[in-house]
Design a protein around this ligand. Structure first.
Ligand SMILES: CC(C)(COP(=O)(O)OP(=O)(O)OC[C@H]1O[C@@H](n2cnc3c(N)ncnc32)[C@H](O)[C@@H]1OP(=O)(O)O)[C@@H](O)C(=O)NCCC(=O)NCCS
Length: 142
């Protein structure tokens, strides 16, 4: 298994995995292409036997919920294809992002998870994250 950056020709594969993670993602490639073009946006993939089986996307920023510094790599998306889960691939993706952040003098990793995503909570804790707060989003249709 190899962790490396996404290649341009793989945008559609990444987009297909993003749609599994966020089913509301539109089928068009627009958002993926826009993010891919941002210099602050980084996308790692896990490759096994020539197949891409997971990704982690993150962006550098100077402010994020829960973070205290102004030098942050914020984890925006983290996904491993179901048959390959709980085999260390998610950890390897996160470790690659962390190593990149350290090498670029970034001071903090930030991330979030839905309240009911207990596997993600465990995975974050296993990888050294600590919980900062819990949030509920509200909306009111006008
Ligand atoms: C979260 C996710 C990326 C983790 O990837 P993964 O390859 O399964 O993670 P790892 O195998 O490296 O596991 C890391 C730790 O997570 C926890 N974990 C992972 N799968 C678990 C499971 N099925 N049950 C309980 N804990 C689990 C464990 O603490 C594990 O450490 P351990 O192996 O020493 O027990 C993966 O579960 C996933 O894609 N989930 C669906 C999408 C998602 O929820 N993404 C996160 C959004 S915030």
């Amino acid at each position: 298994m190899l962790i490396r950056f996404l290649r341009d020709l793989e945008i559609e594969i990444w987009h297909a995995m993003r749609r599994k993670l966020w089913p509301d993602t539109p089928p068009e490639l627009e958002e993926a292409e826009r993010l891919r073009a941002k210099p602050s946006y980084l996308i790692w993939v896990a490759e096994q036997d020539a197949d891409i089986i997971g990704f982690l996307e993150a962006q550098t920023c100077n402010r994020a919920d829960g973070c205290v510094s102004d030098s942050i790599l914020y984890i925006e998306g983290w996904f491993v294809e179901e048959p390959f889960r709980h085999q260390g691939i998610g950890s390897a993706l996160m470790q690659a992002a962390e190593e990149w952040a350290r090498a670029h003098n970034i001071l903090e990793l930030g991330s979030d998870a839905l309240l009911d995503n207990t596997i993600s909570h465990r995975a974050h804790k296993k990888l050294g994250f600590h919980e900062v707060d819990r949030q509920i989003s509200y909306a009111k249709k006008l």
